[in-house]
Write a protein that binds this ligand. Structure first.
Ligand code: FAD
Length: 353
């Protein structure tokens, strides 16, 4: 039987961040992931850290706590892995005449992330986009290179023999006071980071997971500058290999994760009406967001099983709130004294008996 301190199930952004925190704390752990690309929300995401709530033009809740932790975490991962993972950029926001005054009002009231478009921004928009009413700038925002991050972190773990490719099944796991046994592995604690698959995990049967799928197109748009994220009724985000990520939608009723043909047609029509430049669709990707009713984060230690913890419910904020939530969970697991979390999370006991 191989002994370790922690088992982490799932290597999306949640599993990456919590295992990174454990690694920094010098803990012994093993990450188990089925390496199923199709089910990973983290690889379908735009992976943008945007401090501003787009239609209200106000900072997102606790932006001042979430954003510095996220930046510090990704920067330190860049140093450790010796790769670039984060691009700082601006959102070029295309606004209607009706919406623009609120943007200006919030900027003038002191939202420091908002700015008026300068001559260069306007020129860039006029060159590549059809007629528009008004522009605004949100800056800085950050794009995380999610695929590179997760792949490189997995490689780092593999080199240290801290990764196991396996489809974890609760039936192969037994939990007793202070010990978790899974197949040939024995650990003190287990942390579940399975994304949307957690709705099937019997340890967490009564958590209020909601089904929520989202999709994106990967577009080739020769001539469009990757300097900006472009936001109108859809969003174009510079992605790897000179492509642009375009998305996304929110579907609450669905039976599968197959690409929605009608959404693609509608999005292409929208793009033809917006862009002057020709584009080709290179891929159409879909995933289920790990979301709960009330958009609550699901983070903490199981109230009835102190050896079992979860980092989930990241919803639309995996890349922005994930680093602070992972840090808080790591502190909760490692410290004997319970500290008040910066980012408030509902105690799991509200849902789990
Ligand atoms: C279209 C779209 C756009 C988005 N845009 C953004 C954005 O711009 N910014 C942002 O912050 N967030 C965004 N999100 C949300 C973000 O993707 C999620 O919050 C985040 O990826 C959730 O990460 P996770 O690690 O919890 O889940 P996942 O990424 O789904 O990872 C779960 C992992 O667990 C593995 N797994 C599951 N079950 C098992 C098992 N039994 N055994 C072994 N392994 C298992 C899976 O294979 C997977 O690797 C977006 C999501 C979507 C769908």
């Amino acid at each position: 039987m191989q002994q370790t301190q922690f088992l982490v199930v799932g290597l999306g952004i949640a599993g990456t961040l919590i295992s990174y925190e454990l690694w920094k704390a010098g803990k012994d752990f093993i990450v188990i992931d089925d390496s199923s690309e199709s089910s990973k929300a983290s690889l379908v995401a735009g992976a943008v850290i945007n401090p501003v709530n787009i239609h209200k033009w106000e900072p997102v809740a606790l932006a001042e706590a979430i954003i510095p932790t996220a930046l510090e975490t990704y920067r330190s991962l860049e140093v450790l892995l010796n790769i670039a993972l984060m691009d700082e950029m601006s959102i070029l926001s295309f606004q209607s005449h009706e919406a623009h005054p609120l943007f200006l009002q919030k900027k003038n009231e002191g939202n420091r992330w908002l700015a008026e478009a300068n001559a260069h921004d306007i020129l860039s928009a006029e060159k590549n986009f059809k007629q528009f009413d008004a522009l605004g700038i949100i800056k800085p925002v950050w794009k995380i290179q999610a695929l590179k991050l997760i792949e490189q972190w997995k490689q780092f773990l593999q080199e240290k023999q801290l990764f196991l490719k396996d489809r974890f099944q609760v039936k192969d796991c037994s939990v007793s006071a202070g010990t978790v046994v899974y197949k040939e592995l024995s650990a003190e604690k287990i942390i579940f980071c399975e994304g949307a698959a957690a709705s099937q995990n019997s340890f967490f049967r009564s958590l209020p997971f909601n089904k929520n799928r989202g999709e994106a197109l990967l577009l080739s748009i020769p001539g469009l500058s990757p300097q900006y994220i472009y936001h109108h009724s859809t969003r174009l985000v510079p992605a790897a290999d000179h492509l642009f990520w375009c998305g996304s939608n929110y579907q609450w009723q669905f039976d599968d994760l197959l690409p929605d043909r009608q959404w693609r047609i509608n999005t292409e029509t929208l793009l033809h009406n917006w862009l002057k430049l020709p584009f080709t669709v290179e891929d159409h990707i879909v995933a289920e967001r790990p979301t709960t009713a009330g958009q609550e984060f699901v983070v903490g230690v199981h109230p009835a099983m102190p050896s079992v913890a979860i980092l989930n419910g990241l919803g639309t904020k995996g890349f922005s709130a994930g680093p602070l939530l992972a840090k808080q969970l790591c502190n909760e697991l490692l410290s004997t004294q319970k500290a008040k979390p910066v980012l408030p999370v509902k105690p799991l006991g509200k849902w789990l008996k």
